[in-house]
Design a protein around this ligand. Structure first.
Ligand code: OMP
Length: 232
């Protein structure tokens, strides 16, 4: 069975709640994202444990620091046996190159991707931090920089995927959060698409948190999303 294009964001406040949910999952069925909240609570041991159970783990710590620090942090993340990890493209070309070079000869080299413009940002938010242009223009510029640094892909909204796919080619990974099934509340997300729309527009992976984890029955919500994308 081909591994799922769904990456479930385990944004739980503690290990116990995360494990209660994970016990219902099969590693062939989905990938798991461990982000800042759960990692800060449960630490590297949970990441190692889930990877040892056969889950593909996306460690989402969005590194953004000087090149030396980020390169060393990426090596530490790779040692946990994760499948994917990320940093912020806004950290710049030299930071991304340092991370890429640090991992280049790593025997268990994870997929290294860069967050472009957070899906919680809209044009007004970009203005506030001094960035001109539309979200799509900024995402494209950061994506081209990420590709120049030799990374495997980016995090973006599915809304930008068609233009990115055209500019970056078939192999470059487009990982898309901001996924909301039709009719679901966007909450703090600004650039949203449905699971089906994001894949149709060229996304490789869907990062989905609350639409699954905060659903009355998360497994029912997951199955509904699987059904929605089964023929895309
Ligand atoms: O890197 C990420 O995963 C990420 C980047 C981004 O631009 N937007 C974004 O929402 N995310 C993450 O994707 C997940 C989305 O969660 P929900 O909005 O609950 O589906 C969260 O864990 C975010 O930290």
């Amino acid at each position: 069975m081909e591994k799922s294009r769904i990456i479930i964001a385990l944004d739980y406040p503690n290990e116990e709640q995360a494990l209660r949910f994970i016990r219902q999952l099969d590693p062939a069925q989905c990938r798991l994202k461990v982000g800042k909240e759960l990692f800060t609570r449960a630490g590297p041991s949970l990441v190692k444990r889930l990877a040892a159970q056969g889950f593909s783990i996306f460690l989402d710590l969005k590194f953004h620091d000087i090149p030396h620090t980020v390169a060393r942090a990426c090596l530490a993340a790779a040692d946990l046996g994760v499948w994917m990890l990320n940093l912020h493209a806004l950290g710049g070309l030299s930071m991304m190159k340092a991370a890429q070079e640090a991992l280049a000869n790593n025997p268990s080299r994870p997929q290294l991707i860069a967050v472009t413009i957070l899906t919680s940002m809209n044009q007004g938010g970009l203005r506030q931090i001094g960035l001109a242009g539309t979200p799509e223009e900024n995402v494209l510029q950061l994506a081209l920089l990420t590709q120049e640094a030799g990374l495997d892909g980016i995090v973006c909204s599915g809304q930008e995927a068609p233009a990115l796919r055209q500019a970056l080619g078939k192999e470059f990974l487009l990982v898309t959060p901001g996924i909301r099934p039709a009719g679901a509340a966007p909450e703090d997300q600004q650039r949203v698409l449905t699971p089906r729309e994001a894949l149709t527009k060229g996304a490789n992976y869907l990062v989905i948190g609350r639409p699954i984890t905060a659903a009355p029955d998360p497994m029912v919500a997951l199955k509904a999303i699987e059904a929605e994308i089964s023929n895309v």
